[in-house]
Design a protein around this ligand. Structure first.
Ligand SMILES: Nc1nc2c(ncn2[C@@H]2O[C@H](COP(=O)(O)OP(=O)(O)OP(=O)(O)O)[C@@H](O)[C@H]2O)c(=O)[nH]1
Ligand SMILES: [Mg+2]
Length: 442
């Protein structure tokens, strides 16, 4: 899923790399390309138009930030717009206790599988906090003979209680299930409902009646990613008739283009809570708009930086410096080594290029200044005597003048280095108090 979009965006960004400013012309080319990519990914036309109008506003009048690659800047703007469009914050939630969760959707959308995944998820989340959840799952799907057996098997698999109502009338069965839920003092009841091939009035009326018996706190709609734009229409009819709280999109592992996921929030004004990406119980994740946007935009660069850094920085070297920092025994030699590590990965400005989100927050002139400073500091430490480097003596004025001369810098530069060095030591002391000084680059 999203492979097509990811490929399209990657080519849009790379062709922008030769631009030196945002002009009316190149912005309109980008807008056209984004529009094509979204339409081909099955995003409804009106939604595409809304998105590109917003994006165009964001892009017009942008200035290329010095020291930042134009395509990265473009990527950041598209990314932020996309996250806003997909719903900003992640849901990150837990079901209230006690609560009934009614799961609805068309036939074959993945309701029954999703119930098992949800129950499992609720248990796992609770156990992370050393808590237990007592969960009941039940079904009012009497249309397909094997439907209830399927749920029973899944209940065993995820180790939660299962209840089979004696009545086969969905509304009477709902009442029985409600009683069982109360009697058993369960934390949650996940209720599976029957699906039809299409949304029809009988189905919706039945759901309304079941709802009256069970008063679910959460009504969740399950949508199959493979049904594309049709799933938006399904969601709209459910919303109008029965209402729902949030959606779960299943079969995200399929080859579907993903347009419905992109459009969902905008069209329905409700969150997607989870995504299903496989048939197994733990093929299930919370929906994070930022992660989905990253996948749609094929933003692998952060990863690239991590790999690069990992290759070049030897963990042992880092540990040694960390421990000297924490023990307060840091010397100028350690300081120099620390700076060398930065230059092993590249210059500061090259590092920042890999961090698209940081771009807006870091002043590029500061970064360049930092690069120049590092070079100077290295030269200054080089022109110190061994004793000076190892904190063997205080560096008085005459030493400062001698060192400055040797390094080809001013005395003020040497003073600056000494200040920075003191600051770093103070910082290390602080870290020593607040926690372990580990993984400086991780
Ligand atoms: N690949 C993949 N398959 C899924 C996913 N979720 C469900 N399925 C499969 O989709 C099929 C239908 O899933 P069910 O959970 O039975 O769907 P349902 O909505 O309960 O179907 P009915 O009860 O017939 O309405 C099954 O073969 C599931 O294994 C998913 O996220 N990815
Ligand atoms: Mg089912």
């Amino acid at each position: 899923m999203f492979d097509f979009l990811a490929r399209q965006f990657s080519s849009i960004f790379s062709s922008f790399s030769k631009e030196s400013s945002f002009t009316e012309k190149n912005v309109s080319i980008v807008i056209g390309q984004v529009k094509d990519a979204l339409i081909q990914s099955d995003v409804p036309f009106e939604v595409v138009n809304t998105f590109i109008t917003q994006l165009k506003n964001d892009l017009m009048g942008q200035k290329i930030i010095k020291g930042v690659r134009p395509e990265e800047q473009l990527m950041k703007i598209v990314y932020e717009r996309m996250v806003a469009f997909l719903g900003q914050e992640s849901a990150g939630f837990t079901f209230q206790i006690p609560s009934v969760i009614m799961v609805m959707g068309l036939q074959g959308s993945g309701k029954t599988t999703t119930i098992a995944k949800l129950a499992h998820h609720a248990k796992v989340q609770a156990s992370k906090k050393n808590k237990k959840r007592s969960i009941l799952i039940a079904s009012v799907d009497f249309y397909r003979p094997a439907a209830i057996d399927q749920l029973e098997i899944l209940a065993k698999q995820v180790d939660v209680d299962f209840y089979r109502a004696s009545s086969t009338d969905p509304v009477t069965a709902a009442l029985e299930i409600a009683n069982q839920f109360k009697k058993g003092l369960y934390d949650h009841l996940f209720l599976d409902t029957a699906g039809r091939l299409h949304v029809d009035q009988r189905m919706l009326d039945e759901l309304k009646q079941i709802e009256k018996k069970l008063t679910p706190k959460y009504k969740i709609l399950v949508l199959d990613a493979m049904t594309g734009q049709q799933s938006l229409a399904v969601a709209q009819s459910f919303d109008k008739e029965v209402g729902f709280y949030s959606a779960i999109v299943t079969k995200m592992d399929s080859g579907a283009a993903g347009g419905a996921v992109f459009a969902f929030r905008y069209v329905l004004k409700k969150p997607i809570w989870f995504i299903g990406n496989g048939e197994k119980i733990d093929d299930f994740q919370e929906f994070y708009p930022n992660r989905i946007a990253q996948r749609m935009l094929s933003m692998g660069d952060l990863q690239t930086l991590m790999e690069k850094a990992e290759l070049k920085i030897k963990a042992a070297e880092q540990e040694k410096i960390n421990s000297s920092l924490v023990s307060g025994a840091m010397t100028f030699e350690d300081f120099a080594q620390q700076m060398d590590m930065v230059s092993q990965i590249g210059s500061l400005s090259s590092i920042v290029q890999y961090i698209p989100f940081a771009m807006g927050q870091i002043d590029p002139s500061q970064i360049q200044k930092g690069d120049v400073e590092i070079k100077k500091f290295r030269a200054i430490i080089n022109s110190m005597s061994i004793k000076e480097r190892r904190n063997g003596c205080s560096i008085d004025r005459s030493r400062r003048i001698r060192i400055a001369k040797g390094a080809g810098v001013t005395e003020a530069d040497v003073v600056l280095l000494l200040e920075r060095f003191e600051q770093l030591k103070q910082y290390a002391k602080l870290l020593k108090k607040t926690g372990p000084f580990k993984g400086l680059f991780r």
